[in-house]
Design a protein around this ligand. Structure first.
Ligand SMILES: Cc1cc2nc3c(=O)[nH]c(=O)nc-3n(C[C@H](O)[C@H](O)[C@H](O)COP(=O)(O)OP(=O)(O)OC[C@H]3O[C@@H](n4cnc5c(N)ncnc54)[C@H](O)[C@@H]3O)c2cc1C
Length: 568
């Protein structure tokens, strides 16, 4: 690709969504920065133009530098010596280029050196970078940890730390420990207050930490002695300049080789509290992980785009039985399916990002002044939508990235299994997306409450009221019927009043909700831009309908006493 943004017209389409006007108005607070910063936008059109330009620059750097380095970074990987990480040489060049282009701390206010970007265009940049190198995408996009420091840190912490991230320093989020993975309530890394030096000290081990030798770390640690659950945990900021944390080793992994996954040893490391004690997991890490989950959804969409590009290019070139393999129905079925899941997953990703943007911008305004009753209502509505959509966007896109990478190799035949082709790297890199930042099973745990409390059903009913083009009318009727089946399953599971049964079918219910939501989003997209989305809307609704039918049949026929056949 010559430009990873302009070569994918679907991205510009999503940027130009009508909700962006409200997002810009809130984020730019009536465009007040124009008096102070000459690069701040004058109005909505100017703001949109600046996002477009930055995306174009990101797309160009991605093509010229990041994509060009991807294979060598995958082969070389980072090194660890004397407790410190050294990136692969291509990674260093990638980072340096991004920093020089001013693409760090993108969402931070201008007074700290940021670009004051909404989450939506920033997420697009993350998708673009990941399409070329998902491992580098991790290092670069960990900058979004700064959102959590901005949200919950104090003024003094803002002024000391945010400018450093905007200037190109990197971050990590240190949560996982050997005995605390999905269950972060079990975190035991110890935080004790050092009265003599008026600071906190961290002692213990973290493992699987991406970019673990970063300049600034957000660390989840146990500050309340004698506690064993999430209420005894607080969030800390560790600054590498203070020392006390060493990298014991870098993990040897299946994929994302450029991204150093570190085991960290904390020895009396000086740290400062971020926010209030005891709210570390309950409030701050939940917010941190929601942001990171959107990031992994973007990484997954980038990988799906890469899988589509590779599969499509190969299928056009490769000839068997006297014709290009793209002409065989079995092959174009795979290609259409990759594209439909890519378009559906991307629609869900950016719808989620827009919901996040509105509630976060209103949250930020609430720190300056009291919100009006209408604004409070708006904030609550979008916060709930964002919370319910985030596990779907992460869960579904990460599974789609894996399925699409698998099909990409299949389209390549035996060549797909060879290291010379990029599809093997995409396949290896995709595998982690459904594991980190909460496995798909944990996304289901987060999503199931919105199944049972009717939130997804209510959103689906709202979407049914959005007018669609006559061409999409037939699909809309089919999706309405799919929603009836989703509701019938939900009601049957609720009526059984059996928690184990509910947990057992939770993923099926979550997927039913998700494919129905994505079907609606594609119908809306195909109504606005049929030339881009009409095909995918048809292909995806065919697929989604079959998925719903499959789950409907399973849940309808399943008897609770059959659980015994599955239990070990
Ligand atoms: C390459 C890589 C990078 C990472 N980067 C970071 C990072 O930067 N920072 C960080 O803090 N962590 C990071 N992690 C850790 C990652 O988030 C965890 O590995 C992940 O959350 C899963 O935890 P676990 O590995 O302990 O698996 P486990 O929690 O042991 O899970 C094993 C299996 O049990 C299932 N399971 C567990 N609990 C439940 C439940 N309640 N319901 C249903 N199923 C359940 C899981 O879905 C999974 O299938 C990274 C991991 C890797 C591999």
């Amino acid at each position: 690709m010559s430009n990873y943004y302009t070569d994918v017209p679907e991205l510009k389409y999503h940027l130009n969504n009508p909700m962006m006007e409200r997002i810009c108005e809130l984020k730019e607070r009536g465009y007040r920065d124009k008096e102070e910063f000459d690069y701040a936008p004058q109005d909505y059109a100017d703001a949109m133009d600046s996002y477009d330009k930055v995306l174009e620059i990101t797309g160009e750097i991605t093509a010229d530098v990041i994509a060009a380095n991807a294979e060598s970074v995958d082969e070389e990987g980072p090194h660890c010596a004397n407790g410190r990480v050294e990136y692969a040489s291509g990674t260093k060049q990638n980072l340096d280029t991004m920093v020089k282009a001013g693409l760090n701390g993108m969402t931070m206010p201008r007074r700290f050196g940021g670009l004051n970007f909404p989450i939506t265009p920033y997420t697009m940049c993350a998708e673009i970078v990941a399409a070329a190198d998902a491992g580098f995408g991790n290092i670069w996009s960990l900058q979004d940890c700064i959102e959590t420091l901005y949200e919950f840190g104090n003024e003094d912490q803002h002024s000391r730390f945010i400018p450093r991230i905007c200037a190109g320093e990197t971050m990590s989020m240190d949560l996982t420990e050997p005995d605390a993975g999905s269950d972060l309530q079990s975190v035991m890394l110890k935080a004790t207050y050092d009265e003599a030096n008026n600071c906190w000290r961290l002692n213990g081990v973290k493992r699987f930490i991406t970019n673990g030798d970063a300049d600034l770390h957000l660390v989840l640690a146990r500050s309340e002695e004698g506690t064993h659950d999430g209420r005894g945990l607080s969030m800390f900021i560790y600054d590498k300049r203070d020392g006390g944390v060493n990298v014991r080793r870098i993990e040897n992994k299946l994929g994302i080789h450029g991204s150093p996954t570190c085991e960290l040893v904390y020895k009396n490391a000086k740290a400062e509290l971020c926010g209030e004690r005891k709210l570390g997991l309950i409030k701050y890490v939940m917010a941190l992980m929601n942001g990171a989950r959107l990031g992994i959804a973007a990484q997954s969409v980038g990988l799906s785009q890469a899988a589509y590009n590779e599969a499509f290019a190969y299928a056009k070139e490769r000839k068997q039985f006297g014709k290009a393999i793209i002409e065989f129905p079995a092959v174009y079925d795979m290609l259409a399916s990759i594209k439909a899941k890519l378009d559906a997953g991307r629609a869900l990703l950016y719808q989620t990002a827009r919901y996040v943007d509105i509630y976060k911008a209103l949250d930020d305004i609430a720190r300056e002044r009291k919100l009006t009753p209408e604004e409070r209502k708006e904030q609550k509505m979008y916060a709930k939508l964002a919370d319910s959509f985030t596990p779907l966007a992460k869960g579904m896109n990460s599974e789609y990235a894996n399925q699409n990478a698998y099909d990409c190799i299949q389209v390549h035949g035996g060549s797909g299994f060879m290291m010379e082709y990029a599809c093997q790297r995409i396949y290896r890199d995709a595998r982690i997306t459904s594991i980190y930042e909460g496995t798909t099973q944990l996304q289901t745990v987060a999503a199931i409450r919105y199944v049972t409390n009717g939130a997804y059903a209510s959103t689906l009913h709202d979407y049914e009221l959005i007018p669609c083009s006559p061409e999409m009318g037939g699909l809309m009727e089919r999706v309405k019927e799919m929603t009836r089946k989703f509701e019938a399953c939900t009601n049957a599971v609720k009526a059984a009043q059996n928690q184990e049964l509910q947990d057992f079918v939770a993923r099926r219910l979550m997927e039913m909700a998700a494919v129905n939501i994505m079907s609606h989003l594609l119908i809306q997209d195909a109504t606005r831009a049929p030339e881009l989305f009409s095909k995918s809307a048809h292909v995806y609704v065919n697929y989604a309908e079959a998925e719903v039918e499959k789950h409907f049949n399973f849940i309808r026929k399943f008897q609770a006493d059959e659980l015994a056949d599955y239990r070990k």
